[in-house]
Ligand binder design. Structure first.
Ligand SMILES: [Cu+2]
Length: 119
């Protein structure tokens, strides 16, 4: 699914509300989990690795790419993020409940990146 424009709007709403309730309410790690992502030609890494994160733990998706594109975060609601060619500022994510969240490239190729296990 490609919904570039709608995605930007949803994203802002979600990030705002997540930031607002990011307290340290015990248990989970508050250390940033950085996921380094590379795209070059038809080759993308990582390739769908399982990554464990804690509820409310900040997750940075750090994308370096040879061309612009879009990733899809299969959270609920789903979120779409555009990236540009070259180094990108980290995409900041945080999940306020347990679950499995797949993150994948949707453009310029379709490829899984990681599967976050939030718990
Ligand atoms: Cu997707």
């Amino acid at each position: 699914m490609r919904r570039r424009l709608a995605a930007a709007t949803v994203l802002l709403t979600v990030l705002t509300s997540v930031t607002a309730c990011s307290g340290d309410d015990g248990g989970g790690s508050t250390e940033v989990k950085t996921i380094t992502v590379n795209l070059e030609g038809d080759k993308a890494t990582p390739t769908g690795d399982r990554v464990d994160v804690d509820v409310n733990q900040p997750v940075d998706i750090d994308i370096t790419a040879d061309r612009a594109g879009q990733i899809h975060v299969h959270s609920s609601p789903g979120q779409y993020f555009d990236f540009k060619a070259g180094d990108n500022d980290p995409i900041k994510l945080q999940f306020d409940r347990p679950g499995k969240v797949e993150i994948e490239f949707h453009e310029p190729i379709d490829a899984p990146i990681v599967e976050l296990l939030v718990q």
